[in-house]
Ligand binder design. Structure first.
Ligand SMILES: Cc1ncc(COP(=O)(O)O)c(C=O)c1O
Length: 438
């Protein structure tokens, strides 16, 4: 890596943009403080160019899980350019949004109606408004992360540390009205007894149970069925958040794979491979409630998002993208395991196969992970402990990456043994989770 143009720009950005960037997961401090390239000039497939002309393979988040086909996919790009040339916005509606609604309902036969937004958190807020309108109830039981909006952050108002292990710890609900306290009640994935405890106290006040169908661990036997049953018993809707896991395991939501029938499912990120788009799909009886409240926004009607989503989904289906993601994800896992064994570095592998991650098992794990990112950057990789596979990753990229990984694991194992991790780091240790940065 040569040049520091990206870091210099980021230092300036922090004086103009609170937090430096709009997305916590893109802050350079989360990767390699003071040495991350920070900005890109071009992204194509699995490759990214920084502002100094260095090129890297992205073996990390790939557009924070948006670019499931790889960056600037040519088929999606063609559809988007056509949409731009035909006028992306008008007083009239774009027909693509109807075609997309039909396609989403075809892929999810339980769903009958669709609304749109452009971002994941925003779409989740729409879903929550709809279920509250449909049931006339206020409270939401949830597990997992669902965005930055008031309904969700209100959970942190309950008691200071109520969301540890549920919401990303450290999220501060400053600015969220205290009147929303008690609106969102957390339970842990695979802990049906925690959901039942919420239901015992608030069953007839619950508008919905909101959760990802799966994320980091397999559902325990009977867990998803029990959630569905609880919702039916108390007359609450079941909302599944497919913002990140959607399109990884199937052409559609992960809930399809697990035989879970929700009342609403929410998609964003990978649905449109890098262009803003989000869909809220659901059963007619619930979705009609969108008409009894006010949910409306100008740019939810533009043409690029639906055009990109149609092109992404069609390619996803034709090319059997989930099969490719499974194979590439498994290659990464097998390679990590082998590299770690050979290097004598204790690691633990986790996550869904297409969204795999590893953790270094050592008391200096965070410093060691930062060193991994630093040394992989030197070798031409944007690499962290997590890897979202894309359709643009092929065997050759994985083989070369795993060779570099083995070399770097060896350096880290040696440094941990000698206690020289910090001496090898060229900057501070990466920040974790939602720790405050300024
Ligand atoms: C499960 C889940 N829901 C919601 C969101 C929020 O989506 P967005 O960042 O597009 O607002 C995310 C983002 O990471 C997510 O993973």
């Amino acid at each position: 890596m040569t040049g520091r143009t990206g870091q210099d720009l980021y230092l300036h950005a922090k004086t103009r943009i609170p937090g430096g960037t709009q997305l916590l997961s893109k802050r350079p401090e989360m990767f390699l403080p003071e040495n991350w390239p920070a900005y890109y000039s071009r992204a194509q497939g699995a490759r990214v160019w920084d502002l100094d002309g260095n090129v890297y393979h992205d073996m990390s988040y790939n557009g924070i899980a948006a670019c499931i086909l790889g960056a600037a996919d040519p088929d999606v790009e063609e559809a988007v350019i056509a949409a731009v040339k035909a006028g992306s916005m008008s007083t009239l509606n774009c027909p693509e949004e109807v075609a997309l609604a039909d396609l989403l309902c075809e892929l999810h036969p339980w769903a009958e109606m669709v609304r749109y937004a452009r971002c994941g958190g925003e779409a989740m807020a729409v879903a929550v408004r709809i279920v509250r309108a449909a049931t006339g109830r206020d409270r939401i039981a949830f597990c997992g992360y669902h965005g930055w909006h008031d309904w969700y952050l209100a959970a942190n108002l309950a008691e200071e540390r109520a969301l540890d292990g549920h919401l990303l710890p450290g999220l501060d609900p400053a600015g969220v009205p205290r009147g929303l306290r008690g609106g969102a009640l957390p339970f842990r994935y695979n802990h049906a007894e925690e959901l039942r405890a919420i239901v015992a106290e608030h069953g007839d006040e619950l508008a919905a149970v909101v959760m990802e169908p799966i994320r980091n661990m397999e559902p325990a036997a009977g867990f998803l069925g029990e959630v569905r049953q609880v919702c039916d018993q108390i007359g609450a809707a079941l909302v599944v958040d497919e913002v990140s896991v959607g399109w990884r395991l199937a052409t559609g939501g992960a809930h399809l794979v697990y035989g879970l029938e929700p009342d609403i499912a929410v998609f964003a990120k990978a649905i449109s491979n890098g262009y803003p788009m989000a869909a809220i799909i659901g059963k007619r009886a619930v979705m009609q409630a969108a008409q009894s409240t006010f949910i409306s926004s100008t740019y939810w009607t533009e043409r690029i998002g639906p055009a990109a989503a149609l092109a992404t989904i069609r390619k996803h289906r034709v090319c059997n993208v989930p099969q490719h993601l499974r194979r590439i994800g498994q290659m990464a896992r097998d390679g990590w395991r082998l590299a770690a064994e050979r290097a004598g570095l204790p690691i633990q592998i986790g996550g869904l196969v297409p969204m795999s991650s590893f953790a270094i098992r050592h008391e200096q794990a965070q410093a060691a992970s930062t060193l991994f990112t630093q040394l992989m950057l030197d070798r031409g990789y944007l690499a962290t402990r997590a890897f979202n596979a894309t359709y643009a990753h092929d065997d050759r990229i994985l083989e070369e990456y795993l060779q570099a990984t083995e070399e770097v694991f060896g350096v880290i194992a040696g440094a941990l043994e000698r206690g020289t991790i910090h001496a090898l780091l060229q900057g501070p240790v990466a920040h974790t989770g939602f720790a405050r940065l300024n």
